[in-house]
Design a protein around this ligand. Structure first.
Ligand SMILES: CC(=O)N[C@H]1[C@@H](OP(=O)(O)OP(=O)(O)OC[C@H]2O[C@@H](n3ccc(=O)[nH]c3=O)[C@H](O)[C@@H]2O)O[C@H](CO)[C@@H](O)[C@@H]1O[C@H](C)C(=O)N[C@@H](C)C(=O)N[C@H](CCC(=O)O)C(=O)O
Ligand SMILES: Nc1ncnc2c1ncn2[C@@H]1O[C@H](COP(=O)(O)OP(=O)(O)OP(=O)(O)O)[C@@H](O)[C@H]1O
Ligand SMILES: N[C@H](CCC[C@H](N)C(=O)O)C(=O)O
Ligand SMILES: [Mg+2]
Length: 484
């Protein structure tokens, strides 16, 4: 592809240059690359323009003020990240024919994974992109971010389309939306799960955080697309009105939903029975997953599949066959004394409340909750999480999550300030061992905050280390040691 066919504002002398790729990191530039130079949180990408040109960049997308040598094209834009994304989207072709996105504070990964499963069961080549990585029916590749950078994102999209994958759903994180990491390709469906506190270290205020999420509905989804909205959240009506103002079709789901109405939900020992109404028909679905939050995510996924054109009877049939999502209320082991141990990725106040209430109907004894909070992330959520755990669990053990660059005991102290009855055990393995040792046969242990994560992140910058750590594996080891 020629540079002039990707960017119209290229001087005629450079328009015929063949483009070989796109990069936002100068270390990934090769001859023929278009380099995006962005001002970021840690670096100013404009400082690397000379190096990028030296490495063979033929065009630089950057602000007007950037210093770009005249030998290469300078694509000027007030929002260079967006201009770069639009250009890259012309280059990375083809793309899957059905692309959906999901945003919300909690439930993105679960909804994306369940939608992928529903599409797979319907016989489509399906994939998801999100916190768990790029997942297809055959494999999973971690990207390190929930919403990967724009080059990784588009490159994966076109790679998958070439492999015959027609249906892809991606998680649109608020960081990703505000950094234009997922632009340029037609998004047919945008879903909203819920909104509560998270990421205030980055967005500053709840208003700014909400506005970042709303870009998905205001700008990213196609104007003739559909918004699938979980209707039982305090923000749902606002999202619905916003979508209607833009002229999007909407499909709302939940007890207060208009299109997929959750009439009742009855927990069973290993799952729950959902009574659902859709277009005048009533469906009885035995969902093999526990917890109100998993029912919400499963029905939102059903809404996405129906919005994408799948037949409702078949979709609800398939909901009854959904497999658990890694690290989301995953039953890791039954401790030697008979107590089930669940691992869950609850790392926000609202998620912790949801995880505890999901397990509550299944506990006859004590609900023992082990959790912490990540360092170098929104610190205001720590006392809120402490308060929720103290109020809703029967015994709380505060431990380390990913301390990153912070003093782990100071993070725990911020949680403990709001959970004065909790025990304080910094070392996560010891905390898990202690929880399992104190649990009786009627009890349930919840290990919250790290879900599928495979490591514990300690330190910052050059000194950062990731020590192998997997809550599920540690729980199994500890349970095994107790038996031995
Ligand atoms: C705060 C944040 O979101 N940062 C992400 C963002 O960085 P940034 O644009 O601020 O980049 P920067 O590091 O300051 O550098 C500026 C520019 O210079 C370039 N550069 C930099 C150094 C160099 O030597 N050469 C070079 O060219 C960089 O590629 C970049 O384009 O873009 C980078 C490239 O894609 C990401 O690696 C980086 O993720 C950091 C590591 C991160 O931890 N992000 C987390 C907070 C995040 O994004 N989380 C969300 C939400 C999670 C969820 O709720 O599920 C996610 O989507 O994962
Ligand atoms: N619909 C929901 N309502 C409330 N809480 C939820 C919901 N879905 C998930 N959760 C909670 O949030 C945790 C994370 O779920 P999930 O990974 O699906 O969310 P996410 O939005 O992808 O999170 P992240 O922002 O880290 O990517 C779950 O383990 C659970 O505790
Ligand atoms: N165990 C985690 C969860 C992080 C979730 C992630 N989405 C983020 O906040 O970036 C932590 O706080 O380190
Ligand atoms: Mg996620």
């Amino acid at each position: 592809m020629r540079l002039g066919s990707i960017f119209s504002a290229v001087p005629a002398t450079l328009a015929d240059q063949p483009v070989t790729g796109f990069a936002i990191d100068h270390r990934k530039v090769a001859p023929g690359t278009v380099f995006g130079a962005f001002r970021g949180a840690r670096f100013n990408g404009e400082d690397f323009i000379a190096d990028a040109v030296e490495a063979g960049a033929i065009a630089v997308v950057a602000s007007d003020q950037a210093d770009v040598p005249s030998s290469v094209a300078h694509i000027v834009d007030d929002e260079p990240r967006r201009a770069f994304a639009q250009g890259a989207a012309r280059y990375f072709r083809p793309v899957p024919s059905t692309v959906a996105a999901v945003t919300g504070t909690n439930g993105k990964t679960s909804t994306a994974e369940m939608t992928r499963q529903l599409w797979h069961m319907a016989g489509f080549g399906a994939a998801s992109i999100g916190t768990l990585g790029v997942t297809t029916s055959f494999d999973q590749n971690r990207t390190g971010l929930t919403t990967p950078d724009i080059v990784t994102f588009l490159n994966n999209m076109s790679g998958m389309a070439r492999q015959g994958i027609s249906h892809v759903i991606f998680e649109a994180s608020s960081h990703g939306l505000s950094q234009f990491r997922t632009e340029g390709l037609p998004v047919k469906i945008a879903a909203f799960t819920n909104f509560s506190r998270d990421h205030l270290d980055y967005h500053g205020t709840m208003e700014a955080y909400f506005a970042a999420k709303m870009r998905l509905f205001d700008e990213v989804v196609d104007s003739d697309g559909t918004a699938v909205i979980w209707a039982d959240d305090p923000k749902s009506l606002e999202v619905q009105e916003r979508c209607e103002t833009r002229g999007l079709k909407t499909l709302s789901v939940g007890e207060a939903g208009d299109d997929i109405v959750l009439v009742s939900r009855t927990p069973t020992p290993l799952g729950q029975v959902l009574m659902v109404e859709h277009q005048g028909k009533t469906y009885r679905i035995s969902l093999p997953l526990i917890g109100a939050y998993q029912a919400a995510n499963a029905l939102t996924s059903a809404g996405i599949a129906i919005a994408a054109g799948d037949e409702a009877d078949q979709v609800f049939d398939h909901v009854a066959r959904l497999q658990p999502v890694r690290g989301r209320l995953e039953r890791a082991v039954i401790a030697s004394n008979g107590a089930p141990v669940y691992v869950d990725y609850a790392h926000t106040p609202d998620a912790l409340a949801s995880a505890i209430s999901a397990l509550r109907p299944h506990v006859t004894g004590k609900l023992i909750c082990v959790f912490g909070a990540g360092g170098d992330r929104d610190s205001g959520k720590r006392p809120e999480m402490g308060k929720i755990a103290q109020a809703h669990a029967d015994h709380v053990i505060v431990t380390d999550d990913n301390p990153r660059g912070e003093d782990p005991s100071a993070i725990r102290a911020e949680i403990l300030a709001a959970a004065p009855d909790a025990e304080d055990i910094g070392d996560r393995r010891s905390a898990i061992a202690h929880a399992l040792s104190m649990a009786g046969s009627e009890d349930i242990v919840l290990l919250a905050g790290k879900g599928h994560e495979q490591g514990q992140i300690i330190g910052r910058g050059e000194d950062q280390r990731v020590l192998p750590f997997d809550d599920v594996e540690v729980a199994r080891q500890v349970a095994g040691e107790a038996v031995a």
